[in-house]
Design a protein around this ligand. Structure first.
Ligand code: GLN
Length: 392
């Protein structure tokens, strides 16, 4: 994959162009169906769109409060408390950001000092690694290994050093689809408490869970006081382009997040924050419907991919299937995720993400492809038709 380095600062040069942009560009160029980048090809709910239009008409056209519209931070605090049992002061403990990606950046830039170490689980969402670099901190990696992708206590313990400052967890997990169990998260919690670490928990797929309920890191004993919980509107309301996210953390940690946020974006789009209030106040039936739709899409894509020879456990959450492609690649005489991804885009007309960009341990990554099922059923069927015609 090419990268456009130009005059990028040295610490950002290794990251080139994101794999999502790269693959979506290739997909467009070759007319491939995009099951790669994680964005829905369907629209968000009408009542949320109507609230945004109404907010613009009502003239909410100036900067919002730096840390977030009062009504929105109150709504986020209430839903955080309902989900975790942890109280959150809307004034001092909730910060609204430009999508979760900014929340991640603001948390890392606002809480880390140069030389601090941050533990990342790999495969990781690519912005974690780049934001750690922007903070001049040092990443340490713990590999989640297939086919179970479980958090391994020994591996995590080995990654902690006297310089460790934070552990970043993502559950439901992109790209593996894991929803970490209470036992696995307790391992993280024990280490955070024992070594006085900050926990960052990216929960953007919080409503896309297909089995046991999501365990929130902040809800575990001793964790509320040291956890920054990050989430957004995008995945829960099929509105990834709205870029409304947030960080919920105790006031001492929120102060760090805000110290960066005020200079990254200062404040987030005011009318969209009004609409976000309407979104988060959606009736429970909305979330049940979303989950049911996604479960159907998951099963549709999973059945199709299995019948083609991809191997994987059904994702417990998120909108991704993380599949071992070894049998398919062997049949095609190809080796590695990048070669298969290119073949599928150029010859078959279907795009998936080659995940080595999410790893230091490239061998572990190269066996897998990530497939997104946040697409209309007809899109998923059309992609499977092409795959069956070419590989079936
Ligand atoms: N979170 C989405 C994904 O993992 C989109 C990422 C992006 O395009 N930056 O596909």
């Amino acid at each position: 994959m090419s990268s456009h380095r130009g005059f990028a600062a040295e610490h950002l040069r290794p990251f080139g162009t994101t794999i999502f942009t790269e693959i979506s560009r290739l997909a467009t160029e070759h007319g491939a169906i995009n099951l790669a980048q994680g964005f829905p090809d369907f629209d968000g709910p009408e009542h949320v769109k109507a609230a945004a239009i109404e907010a613009i008409r009502a003239g909410h056209g100036q900067y919002a409060r730096m840390a977030g519209l009062p009504e929105l931070v109150r709504t986020i605090a209430a839903s955080f408390t309902a989900a975790t049992g942890v109280a959150a002061d809307p004034d001092t403990e909730v910060t609204v950001t430009a999508g979760c990606t900014e929340a991640i950046a603001a948390a890392l830039l606002g809480l880390l000092n140069p030389g601090d170490e941050v533990i990342l689980f790999e495969p990781y969402y690519d912005s974690y690694r780049a934001c750690v670099a922007m903070a001049h901190a040092t990443p340490r990696f713990v590999t989640l290994r297939g086919p179970d992708f479980r958090i391994d206590r020994q591996a995590l313990e080995r990654a902690v050093t006297p310089r460790t400052r934070a552990i970043l967890v993502n559950t439901p997990h992109n790209p593996t689809g894991r929803v970490f169990t209470r036992d696995e998260l307790s391992v993280v919690a024990d280490l955070c408490i024992r070594h006085g670490l900050i926990a960052l928990s990216d929960e953007v797929y919080e409503h896309l869970v297909y089995g046991a309920p999501l365990v929130r890191l902040a809800s575990l004993p001793g964790m509320a006081e040291r956890t920054v919980t990050l989430s957004s509107l995008g995945k829960s309301f099929s509105l990834t382009g709205w870029k409304i996210g947030w960080a919920v953390a105790p006031s001492v940690l929120s102060a760090g997040v805000r110290s960066a946020h005020q200079f990254l974006t200062f404040a987030v789009s005011t009318p969209m924050q009004h609409a976000a209030v309407a979104a988060l106040k959606s009736p429970p039936g909305y979330f049940d419907g979303l989950r049911a739709d996604y479960r159907r899409k998951r099963d549709l894509l999973a059945d199709g991919l299995r019948s083609l020879g991809f191997s994987f456990r059904d994702p417990e959450g998120s909108y991704f299937i993380y599949a071992d492609h070894s049998a398919v690649s062997r049949r095609l005489g190809l080796s590695g995720d990048v070669a298969l991804s290119r073949h599928l885009i150029e010859r078959v007309g279907v795009a998936a993400i080659p995940p080595t960009a999410f790893y230091e341990d490239k061998a572990e990554g190269s066996r897998h492809l990530r497939w997104a099922f946040c697409k209309q059923d007809s899109t998923i069927r059309a992609a499977l038709d092409r795959l069956h015609a070419a590989l079936g």
